[in-house]
Design a protein around this ligand. Structure first.
Ligand code: SAM
Length: 225
């Protein structure tokens, strides 16, 4: 199979499993399609990855989720459903335009009461959460600007305690993650975060590669001992 044929096959397999195992309802479809109106079209997680995030949230028994990078709120909806009616998701977004679209999607999904959307640079929003001694989060999803991954990981460590799960998206980047001299600050951001995790005495972690409708990429999943 050449590269093109592989990509087509990945998509077909994603579509097959998404259709039978993780079908989207209308609120998710509207949220995903509204991504086209944001500042970063097509940057939301794939449907089966959204389902994975929801399952990981439930497997971890997470009640409080912190998300870096809201976009149109597609992944946020998966988290908000997974935490249940007593849970809360705090999601951080830089762009007003994206935040407006996400808010409409949260209303449409009937989930606005369990989602807190903070608009502004995520480093500032997390500093406010740290300063206000917010209750620790059970799960953190890092999916904003990739060069800032080390700063976001640092904030995540300040906002979590033992047993927390930390997930970082887009860590494979078509395999470029293995190139120390890629010249791509997004790759540097992933590698720096991986180095911090590797050196941290309280973190167990692994990375999984994914292929599918979003191409070749992957996630780091870490847990605080
Ligand atoms: N998690 C979303 C999903 O799967 O549906 C996708 C998030 S998208 C990959 C990244 C988002 O991070 C964009 O909406 C972008 O505007 C936002 N972003 C970029 N830089 C940011 C910053 N400094 N602070 C907060 N959000 C930022």
């Amino acid at each position: 199979m050449n590269r093109y044929e592989s990509t087509v096959a990945w998509r077909e397999v994603d579509d097959y499993f998404t259709e039978i195992l993780t079908p989207e309802d209308s609120a998710l479809i509207v949220a995903r399609e509204s991504g086209a109106e944001t500042t970063m079209p097509n940057a939301e997680v794939a449907p089966n990855q959204g389902a994975l995030l929801g399952l990981l949230t439930q497997i971890a028994g997470a009640r409080r989720v912190l998300e870096f990078g809201t976009l149109a709120g597609y992944s946020t909806i998966w988290f908000a459903r997974a935490v249940g009616p007593d849970g809360q998701v705090v999601t951080l977004e830089l762009e007003d335009k994206n935040a407006d679209i996400a808010r409409a999607n949260f209303d449409n999904a009937g989930l606005a009461d369990r989602i807190d959307l903070l608009v502004g640079p995520a480093t500032q929003s997390t500093q406010q959460l740290i300063d206000s001694r917010t209750e620790p989060f059970d799960l953190v999803f890092i999916d904003a600007d990739k060069p800032s991954n080390p700063a976001y990981l640092d904030a995540a460590l300040k906002l979590t305690t033992r047993g927390a799960t930390i997930i970082i998206d887009n860590v494979v980047r078509d395999g470029k993650v293995t190139e120390p001299d890629s010249g791509d600050p997004r790759v540097d951001g992933v590698r720096a975060a991986a180095d911090i995790i590797a050196a941290h005495p309280e973190l167990d972690a692994t990375a999984i590669q994914t292929v599918g409708v979003k191409g070749w990429d992957g996630l780091i999943i870490a847990r605080r001992r």
